[in-house]
Design a binder for this molecule. Structure first.
Ligand code: PMP
Length: 403
């Protein structure tokens, strides 16, 4: 991968010449092809979809359907109808809580999560649990920040109605063995939801090989616009789920007494969607495929190994999560003795280095780690070894000065 050439393809780095952007877990920047897709859609094909009896509307519909097929191909879904367009990972998970869990769980049933989940893979289940009187169980992590598979296995019971787990932690970087979890679940007929927000843009993902029933992800973390994301649903559950939001486009017929509904995916896509964002999402997926997800994973693994090495040389720095790059994505959370993560982030910002500080929407995990906040660096395909060296050099100077 030619990082210099790739970086030139992301206009933000021309506008902000000295920017060292290490907050890719929050959102990624957009390549020229994605920006062009948005402009081209509005300039050439803008109309509402599905309803038009005129060519422009048919073209807009065709673009939207093409995007669905591109996303299906990108994650190895067998059929484009298994992809539901949503706003983001959060909405995808809420959709499953609403359309699947609320209608299939009874009082006393259980949902199995892990302690490393992002709030968007905790709170929707807590809301459903409160309403339906369900119990939430949490699988623990080991001392090295990996999922404790023995604990997870122990917490599966005859009342477990769903296992919801992140593919990769947005704090620890830990990559979870989803195939192993789905093997356990399948034997007991339990569906598995995977939060793919931190995985899809960083490693090859094939939902058919993973064997999961739901896979949720956001476009904006994989070089596409905000306001678009996707939920993959296995055929087994696609036909048994109830509608999510009610309104136009998701119905077959409506009378004053009631309504009948479309099949998936339209059944779950009420109202006018983010058409141009979906189109650009498909373009982003094809762009990643052209670069090659294996190449991206190899590149980011090297960056992670370098960052782990450089960070561990700085006195007083504690790194959280697995110590080996093979076990994690390019997300590294750390703390520095006596210096608050927010101070580290704002001092780095003075040098045009963007990192994130806080609890990263994973308060339960931070509580468990016994810290209120961490500083976090996260990488992407346009991150260079030089970016990491620059950030670590700056960090070392700040730590030296303040400690
Ligand atoms: N899950 C994980 C693991 C995440 O990192 C994030 C984003 N920080 C989300 C879910 C939520 O993504 P979004 O805000 O795009 O819905």
């Amino acid at each position: 991968m030619n990082i210099i050439r790739i970086k030139k393809y992301f206009p933000i780095f021309t506008t902000h010449k000295n920017l060292v952007y290490l907050d890719n877990a929050a959102t990624t920047h957009k390549p020229q092809c994605v920006i062009d897709a948005l402009t081209a859609h509005y300039a050439e094909r803008n109309a509402n979809i599905h309803r038009g009896i005129y060519r422009l509307s048919e073209q807009a519909t065709e673009s939207y359907d093409t995007a669905r097929a591109q996303i299906a191909r990108f994650i190895g879904a067998r059929d484009a109808s298994q992809i539901i367009f949503v706003r983001n990972t959060t909405e995808a998970i809420n959709l499953v809580a609403h359309s699947y869990l609320r209608h299939h769980a009874k009082a006393g049933d259980e949902i199995l999560l892990t302690v490393m989940e992002h709030h968007s893979n905790i709170v929707p289940w807590q809301l459903a649990a409160k309403e339906k009187k369900l119990t939430i169980r949490y699988a623990h992590i080991t001392k090295t920040g990996e999922l404790d598979m023995a604990d997870l296995k122990k917490k599966i019971t005859p009342r477990t109605r769903l296992i919801a787990v992140t593919h990769a932690s947005n704090v620890l970087g830990t990559i979870n063995d989803i195939a192993a979890i789905t093997r356990l679940a399948r034997a007991r007929n339990i569906p598995v939801l995977v939060d793919g927000a931190q995985a899809v843009a960083h490693m090859p993902v094939n939902v058919s090989a993973l064997g999961c029933d739901f896979y949720a992800f956001s476009g904006h973390k994989m070089y596409a616009p905000t306001g678009i994301g996707a939920l993959y649903v296995s055929k087994k559950y696609l036909t048994t789920m109830d509608p999510f939001l009610g309104g136009g486009d998701m119905i077959r017929s409506v009378s004053l007494e009631g309504a009948t509904f479309q099949d998936a995916p339209e059944r779950f896509e009420a109202g006018t969607p983010a058409i141009e964002a979906a189109v650009a999402f498909g373009v982003a997926a094809d762009y990643l495929t052209r670069i090659g997800m294996k190449n991206i994973r190899t590149h980011e693994k090297k960056l992670t190994a370098l960052a782990l090495k450089e960070l561990s040389k700085i006195p007083g720095i504690t790194i959280y999560g697995p110590t080996r790059a093979e076990k994690r994505t390019g997300v590294i959370s750390f703390t520095s003795q006596n210096i608050h993560p927010h101070d580290l982030a704002s001092l780095l910002d003075e040098q045009d280095i963007a990192i994130r500080a806080g609890n990263h929407c994973a308060m339960p995990l931070h509580t468990l780690l016994g810290i209120p906040a961490t500083a976090r660096m996260s990488f992407s395909l346009y991150t260079s070894p030089a970016d990491i060296r620059t950030a670590c050099r700056a960090l070392r100077t700040i730590v030296k000065k303040l400690q």
